[in-house]
Ligand binder design. Structure first.
Ligand code: CP3
Length: 367
C-alpha cells in the first residue's frame, strides 16, 4: 500500500460533526440544521407508535421506543442533529417529584406549596433515576454515525419550577410569582435544589453520549429583566458552569421563548450559542449577542441558533425557502445552527418540514 489513510490521519474521521463545529463558533462549509421538538407529534410514524405505547412516559422511558422516535425525523429529513426523545420533566422523579403527562392537558404534578414539600426533595442519582436515558443516548450514538450530532437537553430550574409550583402548564404563572414575591427564600431553595441535580443530570447525558447540551428556560421570558436576574439567570449559569468545568469541549445552547428583552443577558451567561425565537431579526440578534458577551468580558461574537417562525412551515414551499434563506444570509457562515424559533407545530405537514431541511442543506454561502 502506497498511501494508507487510517481513520486517525483522515481529517473527516477526527473532525467533530458539522453541527458541533458551528456550535463552537466555527465557520462551516454549510449551515447545519435541526428542529426543536422535531421528534413526535407531527410525524405519522410517531402517531402510529402511540397506539402501541399510549403514554409519553412509555415512549420516552423504554429505550428501544425512545431510540426509534428520536431517529424518525433524522431518517426522514437528514437533520444534522438527533435529539434525545425525552422531556425536561424526565429527571424530576429523581429529585422526589413525580409527574404524569396527560395527552390533552400536558404535564400534571402535585404542586409544591411550602417548606415541608421542599424538604421532600432530594439530590438526583441519574443512574437510578434515568438509566434509560443513558441507554438511549448510547444506542443513538451508534445509530447516527460520525456526521450527525447527538443532542442532549435539560430544563432550567425556573421553567421546571413553573410546573412544580403550578402543578400543570400555565398561562400567567401566578402561583410561582406569588411565591417569588411573597416567599422568595422558598422559591430560591427549590431552584437551588434543581440547579444541583439538573447540573448532574446534564453531566450524565454528556458522559453517556450527548455531544451538545441545550438548556431550555422556555418560560423565563415571562419574567421582568430584574426578576430574570434573580430567579432564572444564576441557576442557568450554575448548570452551564458545571458542564463547562467537567466537559469544556461540549458546546452549550440556551433557549428562552419571548427572549427579545433578554438576549444580552443570555449571552452574558457564557453559553456558546444563544437560540433566538422568531420575534427578533437575525442580524440584530447576532449583534446583541456579541454586545452581551463583550459587556460580560467574554471573547468572540458567540454562536447563534434559530430563528424561523414555526408557523412558516405551514406555508407553501416557495415561501418556506425564501424565509429560510433570508435567515441563512443574515446569520452568515460562522457559528450558526439553523433551527425554528420554537418547537415545530403538531399540524406541520411532513413534506414541509422536509422541504425546510432540504433548503438549508442545499444552501451555500457566497463568502
Ligand atoms: O417547547 C419548549 O419550549 C421546549 C422545552 C420543553 C420541553 N418540554 C422539551 C421537550 C417544555 C417547556 C416542555 C414541557 C412539556 N412536556 C410540554 C409543554 C407543555 C406546555 O406547558 O406548553 C409537554 C406537552 C410535555 C410532554 C411532552 N414532551 C410530550 C407529550 C412530548 C412528545 C411529543 C410532543 O412534542 O408533544 C414531549 C417531547 C419533548 N419535550 C422533547 C423536548 C426537547 C422531545 C425531543 C424533541 O423532539 O425535541
Amino acid at each position: 500500500e502506497a498511501v494508507t489513510k487510517d481513520s486517525k490521519s483522515d481529517d473527516a474521521g477526527t473532525k467533530d460533526p458539522l453541527l458541533i463545529r458551528a456550535a463552537k463558533g466555527e465557520k462551516t462549509e454549510r449551515t447545519p440544521v435541526w428542529m426543536m421538538r422535531q421528534a413526535g407529534r407531527h410525524i405519522k410514524e410517531y402517531r402510529d407508535l402511540c397506539k402501541k405505547y399510549p403514554t409519553f412516559r412509555q415512549r420516552s422511558e423504554i429505550p428501544e421506543v425512545a431510540v426509534e422516535v428520536s431517529l424518525q425525523p433524522w431518517r426522514n429529513y437528514k437533520t444534522d442533529g438527533c435529539i434525545l426523545f425525552s422531556d425536561i420533566l424526565t429527571p424530576l422523579p429523581g429529585v422526589g417529584c413525580e409527574f404524569t403527562i396527560d395527552e390533552k392537558l400536558g404535564p400534571i404534578m402535585e404542586p409544591i406549596k411550602n417548606w415541608d414539600d421542599v424538604k421532600k426533595m432530594h439530590p438526583i442519582d441519574p443512574s437510578t433515576a434515568a438509566p434509560f436515558v443513558a441507554e438511549t443516548l448510547k444506542i443513538l450514538r451508534d445509530e447516527v454515525g460520525p456526521e450527525t450530532a447527538v443532542l442532549g437537553f435539560v430544563g432550567c430550574p425556573y421553567t421546571l419550577a413553573t410546573y412544580m409550583i403550578e402543578g400543570k402548564t400555565s398561562k400567567e404563572y401566578l402561583e410561582i410569582k406569588k411565591m417569588a414575591f411573597n416567599e422568595p427564600k422558598l422559591l430560591h431553595a427549590i431552584l437551588q435544589n434543581l440547579a444541583d441535580s439538573i447540573g448532574d443530570y446534564a453531566l450524565y447525558q454528556v458522559e453517556n453520549g450527548a455531544q451538545l447540551i441545550q438548556i431550555f428556560d422556555s418560560w423565563a421570558g415571562h419574567l421582568s429583566p430584574r426578576d430574570y436576574e434573580e430567579f432564572a439567570a444564576p441557576y442557568q449559569k450554575q448548570i452551564l458552569d458545571k458542564v463547562k468545568k467537567h466537559h469544556p469541549e461540549v458546546p452549550t445552547v440556551i433557549y428562552i421563548k419571548h427572549s427579545g428583552a433578554l438576549i444580552e443577558r443570555m449571552a452574558g451567561t457564557g453559553v456558546d450559542v444563544v437560540s433566538l425565537d422568531w420575534t427578533v431579526d437575525m442580524a440584530e440578534g447576532r449583534e446583541r449577542i456579541a454586545n452581551g458577551r463583550k459587556a460580560a468580558g467574554l471573547k468572540g461574537p458567540g454562536g447563534v441558533q434559530g430563528n424561523l417562525d414555526p408557523g412558516v412551515l405551514l406555508a407553501n414551499h416557495d415561501t418556506i425557502k425564501e424565509r429560510a434563506e433570508e435567515i441563512l444570509k443574515k446569520a452568515g457562515s460562522t457559528g450558526h445552527v439553523m433551527n425554528l424559533g420554537h418547537g415545530i407545530e403538531a399540524c406541520t405537514p411532513e413534506e414541509n418540514a422536509h422541504h425546510f431541511i432540504e433548503t438549508v442543506r442545499n444552501f451555500r454561502h457566497k463568502d
